[in-house]
Design a protein around this ligand. Structure first.
Ligand code: SF4
Length: 326
């Protein structure tokens, strides 16, 4: 297995990525849903970039668009410095970039055995002509994620939630990818199982030198596994930086509210923090506020916030924030 260590080379880069959907409103009327709007970032080789935000903020759409499971409305995706466009580049990209889905209950075909589920990407991409070799690879993958190889002929429903997610991880690893988008991979699991699966992701990253985009609404999960964290709100990136820096010194009022909402064991601090928690619901992505997208919920909003969406500006140490506050 290749020894891929974290370094300063971007493995994945997105530039001004947009994904808009036309939503039918009846009587031949459509409205534009800007799920991902002008998002740029890079992920270094061997890095885990955590992507957080409330549900409906565009995180999953961003993950799918980045992998070209959705065709971008605009913007560029680069892998190993090369733009992913054209059939040949896309074929190469598919071999190196893959996804672990949120729900291990619905993402596995109930009519296939575990061995067939894990072998499917190998079959689709024509990796092995020799059936014995393919079986050997499946056993190796099951072993790698801590599944009993004697259970290869069983069906997915015979496994627990945590084991099913391990099947999903083994399938994602089948083609020996370099980059994995992990879309809320533990949110459907019991809290007691979550830590085991997160540790599994961490271990695999170290052993196989993987690079992750780790999507979650749970800041604690993201902080645990990420080198850097990106915060998304209504399709926009509002803050990005080193994980500890974002968690300990958040700048954007939205990130600060998310962190205040994380349950903390100290009752005095919890009481003091309560007033600063996030107020109201996230607006519909069909009616995004003009100017700063967060202004309808921001306790610091001023008139000028309605004029333009602030650009991400560098606040030092690779910490970027899109807010007029200094
Ligand atoms: Fe709040 Fe204005 Fe900053 Fe937006 S730009 S987060 S509305 S202070």
């Amino acid at each position: 297995m290749a020894d891929r260590k974290m370094n300063a080379t971007p493995l994945v880069e997105i530039r001004n990525l947009k994904k808009y959907f036309e939503i039918n409103e009846g009587f031949f009327k459509t409205k534009q849903l800007r799920a991902v709007d002008d998002v740029s970032f890079e992920i270094m080789t061997g890095e885990t970039l955590g992507l957080v935000g409330e549900s409906g903020c565009g995180k999953s759409t961003l993950g799918r668009t980045l992998l070209k499971l959705y065709e971008p409305t605009a913007g560029e995706i680069l892998f190993e410095g090369k733009a992913v466009k054209g059939k040949k580049e896309l074929e190469q990209f598919r071999k190196k970039a893959t996804m672990v889905f949120q729900d291990p209950y619905s993402s596995l075909n109930p009519r296939m055995t575990v061995a067939d589920i894990i072998a499917e990407p190998l079959t689709v991409q024509g990796y092995f002509t020799d059936e014995e070799q393919k079986k050997k690879r499946v056993r190796q993958l099951m072993d790698m994620v801590g599944l009993n190889t004697e259970h290869a002929a069983r069906y997915a429903h015979e496994f627990s939630g945590g084991q099913r997610q391990r099947i999903g991880i083994a399938r994602a690893l089948a083609v020996n990818p370099e980059f994995i988008v992990c879309d809320e991979p533990v949110s459907a699991l019991d809290v007691s199982i979550q830590a085991q699966v997160i540790n599994q992701f961490d271990e695999l990253k170290k052993t196989l030198g993987l690079t992750y985009l780790f999507i979650s609404h749970d800041l604690l999960v993201v902080r645990h596994i990420s080198d850097r964290i990106a915060v998304m709100y209504l399709g926009r990136l509002v803050e990005i930086g080193p994980a500890d820096e974002i968690y300990d010194h958040p700048i954007h009022p939205y990130t600060r509210s998310l962190i205040k909402a994380v349950p903390i064991p100290d009752p005095d601090r919890a009481a003091a923090d309560k007033e600063e928690g996030l107020k109201g619901d996230i607006p519909s992505p069909l009616d995004v506020p003009t100017g700063c997208v967060f202004r309808t919920r921001c306790p610091y909003a001023k008139d000028e916030c309605a004029a333009n969406m602030p650009e991400l500006t560098d606040r030092g140490g690779g910490h970027l924030c899109a807010c007029i506050l200094k």
